[in-house]
Design a protein around this ligand. Structure first.
Ligand code: GLA
Length: 430
């Protein structure tokens, strides 16, 4: 009898190993961001002035503006949600003046809208805003975040040692704690690209990593710690191969729609913001580069132009393309930069960016794109066909031009024209 019971117990153990363990291991290796995450982050617009009421209203706005329908889902609270100190047992505490009902309540609310809630901490002793950091509290914090129902953690790198070795250790520690927390929590690495996180971020558990210091609401100029859009774009060159499903380069949040009013990105009035053409370019390039799309303007009061930029389905489809190929800068002609991004199903996206302050005309052909054949093009922002693109002009029997050798584009100052290319199949008898 005893023998039968122990055989039975052994079988139960085996069954556990065969059935439960693989799903546990699978959960551990689950790809959390197969396409770049989309959502909103509080930092650019509100900086330290963030609270429960704003977060709930932003969640409402994400739904009522149609953003959630098109794929935006994360509502990320950045720095300054913390109480002055941790609890005596080390658990993280929330500033109850700003978040009177606590994080669990907020997560439940955000989840009830079909959205997800993100939070922020830091691999140092303090966050960049000098609130308590996560260093040495990784397990306690990850457990608390899981209990609160948090879905994403942005982990900063202020008040932490400079070396890459230390950074890798600290990020790996938090990445592992999140993996063991019992909840799927996306890990966003934010050490500003200084220690080449594209080389180690995925292994540390990160789904995406910042490639630069903070974005500011300005087209060009800026400085080493206040990055303009152009400065950020230049820094993305060479990082293309590190992006792919589940692991993305992050050129920081979008400034679209802030018009110089963002509490963090105007640098106390130093930067007056950009115009809609420039915001449209920022969105275009972030989509071409597979960047996480984290809007950071006040969704409750954004104007029509901002909403159109943030919700254009064609440009978002390019960002969310399943191949996850980051665009490369393939051609430069004076101030015109041409980027190419491979899409699913043999298609391409092409962005023609006018980096100059005056209008430019530009002839786009397939030779400079290094692709063969004839292509149908759709202008993504105009949402209309933009003609056929071919290596050279094709003439009919009587010498009439059937397919021009190039497409002539007029590109406004700082504008980006984005085309989607699909192989042209000639009809029989054409
Ligand atoms: C750093 C980060 C920003 C933001 C602030 C918060 O500067 O890079 O994105 O999170 O800290 O203090």
């Amino acid at each position: 009898m005893l023998k039968i019971m122990s055989i039975f117990a052994g079988m139960k153990k085996l069954l556990f190993i065969l059935l439960i363990l693989p799903s546990f291991v699978f959960a551990q290796n689950k790809v959390l961001c197969p396409t770049p995450p989309m959502g909103w982050n509080s930092w650019n617009v509100f900086a330290s002035d963030i609270n429960e009421k704003i977060v709930m209203e932003i969640a409402d706005a994400m739904v009522s503006t149609g953003m959630s329908k098109i794929g935006y889902e994360y509502i990320n609270i950045d720095d300054y949600w913390h109480a002055d100190t941790r609890a005596v047992d080390g658990k993280p505490l929330v500033d109850t003046l700003k978040f009177p009902h606590g994080m669990k309540y907020l997560a439940d609310y955000v989840h009830s809208k079909g959205l997800k809630l993100g939070i922020y901490s830091c691999a140092g002793n303090m966050t960049c805003g000098r609130r308590f950091g996560g260093y040495n509290y990784e397990e306690i914090d990850a457990k608390a975040y899981a209990e609160w129902g948090i879905d994403l953690l942005k982990y900063d790198y202020c008040y932490a040692p400079a070396s890459r070795k230390a950074a890798v250790e600290r990020y790996t520690k938090m990445g592992t704690a999140l993996k063991n927390s019992g909840r799927d929590i996306v890990f966003s690495i934010c050490e500003w690209g200084i220690r080449k996180p594209w080389l180690w971020g995925a292994e540390a558990g990160g789904s995406y990593w910042r490639t630069t210091p903070d974005i500011f609401d300005v087209w060009s100029g800026g400085n080493l710690w206040m990055m303009s859009v152009m400065k950020i774009l230049k820094r993305q060159q060479g990082l293309e191969k590190y992006a792919g499903p589940g692991h993305w380069n992050d050129p920081d949040m979008l400034t679209v729609g802030n018009y110089g009013t963002g509490k963090a990105t105007s640098a106390k009035g130093l930067y007056k913001g950009m115009n809609d053409t420039e915001y449209q370019s920022e969105m275009s390039m972030w989509c071409m580069l597979n960047s996480p799309l984290l809007a950071s303007c006040d969704l409750r009061s954004m104007n029509e132009a901002t909403r159109n930029i943030l919700t254009n389905p064609e440009i978002i489809a390019i960002n969310q393309d399943k191949l996850g190929e980051q665009a490369t800068l393939i051609h430069k002609a004076g101030k015109i930069w041409v980027y190419r991004k491979k899409l699913e199903g043999g298609k391409w996206a092409v962005a023609v960016l006018n980096t100059s302050g005056k209008e430019e005309t530009f002839e786009l052909n397939t030779k400079m794109l290094d692709i063969d054949g004839i292509w149908k093009t759709v202008d993504v922002w105009q949402q209309k066909e933009a003609g056929l693109l071919s290596p050279e002009p094709t003439k009919g029997q009587t010498g009439e031009l059937i397919v021009p050798g190039s497409i002539s584009l007029t590109v406004k100052p700082h504008e980006t024209v984005v085309l989607r290319l699909e192989k042209f199949v000639a009809k029989v008898g054409y």
